[in-house]
Design a protein around this ligand. Structure first.
Ligand SMILES: Cc1cc2nc3c(=O)[nH]c(=O)nc-3n(C[C@H](O)[C@H](O)[C@H](O)COP(=O)(O)OP(=O)(O)OC[C@H]3O[C@@H](n4cnc5c(N)ncnc54)[C@H](O)[C@@H]3O)c2cc1C
Length: 386
């Protein structure tokens, strides 16, 4: 499906497509049947190829040795990586542009630039059992004590923590009545895993629960300046919501292609399944919704590149996350239906995506929370300024 993309974005699209098809896709079933794990040599090969291709550098400013790609190019890459299941594309760290604004030189040297070189991996500890969707009311605290902060709190669903070297830990600072992120090394005294729940998908990246009890970090580990509050967490949300849109487009495209191929080859009543109009309806609705999704995802990416006001951008990224993640779930449901009983087998791409895409309607803010953000923006700014 063609939509207008810059030449540079088309280049990155082709690079990422080849990587997704040649390096990742072939290992999906193996990963699915092995709790998401691949043999160490395959994981290593995939990571090093991603490093060679420059995927860890795409959102890093040029002055720090990065490629500083436009969001349009980044969305083109993540769209293609979204074509694979089992989170196999999460095999490289992802330093993001906001980190270079938020972090001190020392923090960049110690944490962010090693991510770009593939030497360190991060994870985000924000959600709690009480304040889940409402991240403004965190119970975790950071209390200043001399040159240190003492962190306390329980964090749920800390994705990739089993593979990560450090946390971005969000806490409330009672003295300032404000929130901030802290960089905390794995293994710091007082950090404990209290649960590693199983989830619907089969990923090598787990989502454990962590208890932080009197974890002492130096004041130099605090990210940003007093008063920054949740600003950087919101930057991260915007970025992720847009890229969830991109990945969901890739997933939907793969599902449509694979379901169509099956429908062309499956003979029912002496004819290919694809000649049945009820099947064609499902394919046509899926392709139409994908077209709309791709247009809005790349339009939002270009709005980022053009420096649109962050508040307007925030609701635009929410619209992308809401519409495109829900679109991909509908497409996965139809794909399972087209495959019939085969679509219920774990070796089938539709079955895996049917489970995996469900979480895109939950994490980085549920569909309901995206609707609240969009409605607030609409009521405050009006349609013309959205
Ligand atoms: C697999 C997985 C990985 C995750 N990874 C991370 C991670 O790495 N780091 C991290 O910090 N978090 C992570 N999360 C947490 C995720 O962001 C939260 O689950 C999500 O924001 C929802 O919060 P909650 O689960 O507490 O749901 P709740 O807030 O309890 O919401 C329950 C339901 O109520 C609805 N709801 C809540 N408030 C309102 C409202 N005001 N109006 C209408 N409806 C409302 C929600 O939409 C939802 O349907 C992860 C979650 C999952 C499942």
């Amino acid at each position: 499906m063609k939509i207008e993309l810059s030449e540079e974005a088309q280049h990155w699209q082709a690079v990422a497509r080849e990587y997704a098809d040649d390096y990742l896709q072939a290992h999906e079933v193996e990963a699915e049947l092995n709790e998401g794990e691949l043999p160490a040599e395959i994981s290593k090969r995939n990571k090093y190829r991603a490093l060679e291709l420059g995927f860890t550098e795409i959102d890093v400013p040029k002055e720090h040795g990065g490629r500083e790609l436009s969001m349009e190019c980044q969305a083109a890459i993540w769209e293609q990586l979204g074509r694979t299941t089992n989170a196999l594309s999460w095999c490289f760290p992802e330093p993001q542009e906001w980190m270079f604004d938020a972090c001190t030189e020392q923090q960049l040297e110690q944490y962010v630039l090693p991510m770009m070189r593939g030497e360190k991996k991060d994870c985000y500890a924000i959600t709690e059992s009480g304040p889940g969707s409402d991240v403004s009311g965190l119970d975790a605290t950071a209390v200043k004590d001399g040159n240190d902060y003492v962190l306390n709190g329980e964090k749920w669903y800390v994705t990739s923590a089993n593979l990560a070297d450090f946390f971005w830990f969000q806490a409330h600072i009672p003295d300032e009545d404000d929130d901030a992120l802290f960089l905390v090394d794995q293994g710091t005294a007082g950090i404990e895993i209290t649960a590693t729940p199983k989830f619907s998908h089969s990923y090598a990246a787990h989502h454990p629960t962590y208890l932080f009890t009197d974890v002492r970090v130096s004041a130099a580990q605090r990210v940003g300046r007093p008063g920054d509050g949740m600003a950087y967490t919101h930057s991260w949300f915007r970025h992720e919501r847009l890229m969830i849109g991109a990945r969901s487009c890739g997933a939907a495209a793969r599902l449509i292609e694979d379901a169509m191929e099956f429908a062309n080859n499956r003979i029912v009543d002496g004819l290919p399944l694809s000649e049945k109009q009820l099947i064609q309806v499902m394919l046509a609705d899926s392709a139409t919704e994908l077209y709309a999704s791709r247009l809005m995802t790349f339009a939002a990416a270009r709005a980022c590149d053009q420096g649109e006001d962050p508040k307007a951008l925030h609701s635009r990224c929410s619209m992308v996350k809401l519409y495109v993640s829900e679109m991909a779930n509908r497409v996965a449901d139809r794909a399972v239906q087209i495959f019939g009983g085969r679509g219920y087998m774990r070796e089938n791409v539709a079955e895996r995506f049917f489970r995996e895409l469900r979480v895109d309607r939950i994490w980085e803010g549920t569909s309901e929370i995206q609707r609240l953000i969009i409605a607030r923006s609409l009521l405050k700014r009006g349609l013309d300024k959205m």
